[in-house]
Design a protein around this ligand. Structure first.
Ligand SMILES: [Cu+2]
Length: 314
């Protein structure tokens, strides 16, 4: 893929950019070529067939079938090519691949905000992984805005009371301009954001550390929410009653008896290990049925669950 900018636009950094530029260039150069051909022909005819003498008559040619056919068929073929190529590109641009990552975009006077399904949220900075399709579900809370990333060659209006969609797949790591291209009031020209494309690993690290998870909550409150949303509550109680697994009430910093007869202190490291590798230390009197949450919970979520367990004291 070409990574140098064109005369009109910055480098192509998405999977659709080269197709779009190709069609644009085709229309541009076809127009330029016909402009020159027609201009030259007009001047040639003006001079060649000018009236030289008083009373001179123009030649009697009124019709030329081959010429008529040529200037009907050639433009038709060109326009048909533009239509087919354009329609293919239109479909590609408007149907996001099924495995797209989805981000909710909100346009507002005069900034952009982004909400990730994992809970993170950012303002004026859309962080995405490279080489992965990203689908944006967009709406506005006030007037019409328009989401435009020149490097990706994608643009879509963002409307109040309705969702619009846009997708792209970035092909290079880097920071790209994000502009509002619908005049939306006095701060319109300040409505500038950035798309930050990261490598897959860096993106996952970013997502993990993005302060958005459990935003506005204390770690223990966020942990209480995860206790339900991650289904810990199907096997653990918080009122001291024994269910499938031990209760979390008064668990922190107490001695637990393991199946191998060894006592263990339920400190932070033990709680962490119990969540990531439950079979490593089995609590006496229980079956080894707890699933591992390795790869399911992010570090920050494990911290929140531990904070929640610590808060369950009588
Ligand atoms: Cu705007």
């Amino acid at each position: 893929m070409d990574t140098t900018g064109t005369f009109f636009l910055p480098p192509q950094n998405s999977t659709v950019a080269s197709d779009i530029d190709f069609l644009w260039d085709f229309i541009y150069w076809a127009s330029a070529a016909f402009f020159v051909i027609l201009g030259v022909a007009i001047f040639y005819f003006i001079i060649r067939y000018r009236r030289r003498r008083q009373g001179e008559l123009t030649t009697g040619v009124a019709h030329n079938l081959p010429l008529e056919i040529a200037w009907t068929v050639i433009p038709t073929i060109l326009i048909f090519f533009v239509f087919v190529w354009g329609f293919k590109g239109y479909m590609k641009l408007h149907i996001a691949p099924g495995d797209s990552m989805e981000v909710k975009v909100t346009g507002q006077k005069w900034f952009w905000s982004f909400q990730y399904p994992e809970g993170a949220s950012t303002v004026n900075e859309l962080v995405v992984p490279v080489d992965k399709p990203v689908k944006l579900l967009m709406s506005s809370v006030d007037v019409i805005h328009s989401f435009y990333v020149p490097n990706f060659r994608v643009k879509m209006d963002v409307l109040p009371n309705r969702y619009t969609e846009l997708w792209f797949e970035a092909t290079a790591v880097g920071d790209y301009d994000l502009l509002c291209t619908e005049y939306c009031g006095k701060g319109h020209s300040e409505m500038i954001g950035k798309v930050r494309v990261l490598g897959e690993r860096e993106f996952n690290e970013w997502l993990e550390s993005a302060g958005g998870m459990g935003e506005g909550m204390t770690p223990a409150e966020y942990g209480a929410q995860l206790f339900k949303s991650k289904a810990c509550n199907t096997c653990h109680s918080i009122d001291g009653s024994k269910v499938v697994g031990p209760s979390f009430l008064n668990l922190y910093n107490t001695q637990q008896m393991l199946t191998n007869g060894q006592p263990v202190m339920a400190d932070e490291n033990y709680l962490r290990e119990s969540i990531l590798n439950p079979q490593a230390k089995l609590v006496a009197g229980y079956d080894p049925v707890m699933p591992s949450y390795q790869g399911v919970l992010k570090d920050q979520q494990i911290d929140a669950l531990i904070a929640y367990i610590k808060s369950l004291k009588e």
